[in-house]
Design a protein around this ligand. Structure first.
Ligand code: 3MF
Ligand code: MG
Length: 345
């Protein structure tokens, strides 16, 4: 029995299109996804603003709230909660040069409008968390944008959200690059600094995605631990990634099992979830996956997480302490490898 609650976003079941080719699977309705998420064992759903309210730009504030209420009804029908809402600030013609730090004032205002609507949607869905994946916040041309100005823009935008709703929490999902070249807030360290600069640091934290940490050349478990040391790990996006290349969003644990184990162990060891946090997945099916198997990467990620949780529960801390005391880290490393390989010891 897992100690954790799990969440997933509707974009994690998608039709398979990538930058180089069209869809390979059929589209699935939001309700059908909710039904399957509940059956697979998820407790909550993560949303982009327009996952919950399609064509959001064309609707009035009241129409947006009404549509969000309809989606809340669907969540209730399947016994699911909403975990967070993230403004999708990277798909729109207004945000081709970024959102909060776009070079154009009207585009920056659009980004804030979408953020305020995301807060309204979150309230209707019954959650208090806004995730900011800062996709195009940075630059493709180093000389085009001042990183000092851009950083101040981000702090100011978050302050406006904190003022708009006095209890909403804002959670930055750092990523060092892709789709931009140089991001403004690439790691958990950046998130902590931005948080400290806002008007209410206690309400600003981070969402650590395994693949994003690996893209920054960092260890996801250490990024998790760093954020937890400041009580600022508001959620996680677990997945896997084979080295520093395009963002892969692979099934959790399939590339580096020891690294995955240590993510689970750090979460377990430090009581992650005790303030209602979810273990979120952000994983993609392979392009070759068929319609019939389009939820398999989610089932597999959960199964791998839970198997690693069982190993983390068995981790022998007394043996670890003895090894550390004796400076026998070779023994500790081999103990961990045997635990993962299922070799009796
Ligand atoms: C990109 C991501 C995003 C975010 C999502 C929610 C599409 O690398 O990880 O997934 O997680 O937008 O913030
Ligand atoms: Mg993510």
């Amino acid at each position: 029995m897992s100690k954790f609650k799990f969440s997933v976003g509707p974009w994690n079941v998608h039709a398979g299109a990538d930058s180089y080719g069209p869809a390979t699977r059929s589209e699935i309705s939001l309700e059908e996804k909710f039904k399957r998420f509940a059956e697979i064992g998820f407790d909550a759903v993560q949303f982009h603003d327009d996952d919950a309210v399609p064509n959001i730009n064309d609707l009035t504030e009241e129409e947006i709230k009404a549509e969000a209420r309809r989606v809340k009804g669907l969540l209730d029908k399947y016994g699911l909660k909403a975990e967070f809402v993230a403004p999708r600030l990277w798909m729109d013609p207004h945000t081709i040069d970024g959102g909060f730090m776009s070079s154009r004032k009207e585009d920056r205002e659009f980004a804030l409008w979408r953020s305020f609507r995301s807060i309204d949607i979150a309230r209707e869905l019954g959650c208090d968390l806004i995730v900011l994946w800062l996709a195009r916040e940075g630059t493709l041309c180093a000389e085009s944008k001042s990183p000092v100005w851009a950083t101040h823009q981000l702090v100011e935008a978050i302050n406006r959200m904190l003022e708009y709703d006095k209890t909403i929490r804002v959670c930055i999902e750092p990523k060092p690059n892709e789709p931009i070249d140089r991001s403004i807030c690439g790691t958990m360290g950046h998130v902590m600094a931005v948080s400290a600069a806002t008007i209410d640091p206690a309400r600003v934290g981070g969402n650590l995605e395994s693949a994003h940490a690996i893209l920054a050349g960092l260890d996801p478990a250490h990024e998790i631990g760093f954020a937890m040391a400041f009580n600022k790990l508001f959620t996680v996006h677990l997945n896997d990634q084979n080295g520093i290349k395009y963002d892969q969003d692979k099934t959790f644990g399939v590339e580096n099992l020891r690294q995955a184990f240590n993510q689970v162990r750090v979460l377990l060891e430090n009581g992650y979830g005790s303030h209602g946090e979810y273990v979120g997945l952000d994983v993609k099916a392979m392009r070759t996956t068929t319609d019939a198997d389009c939820y398999k990467h989610l089932e597999n990620s959960l199964a791998i997480f839970k198997a690693l949780e069982a190993k983390a529960e068995r981790f022998d801390y007394a043996f670890r302490d003895k090894c550390v005391e004796n400076r026998d880290l070779e023994a500790l490393e081999m103990y961990t490898m045997k635990l993962l390989m299922g070799i009796d010891q």
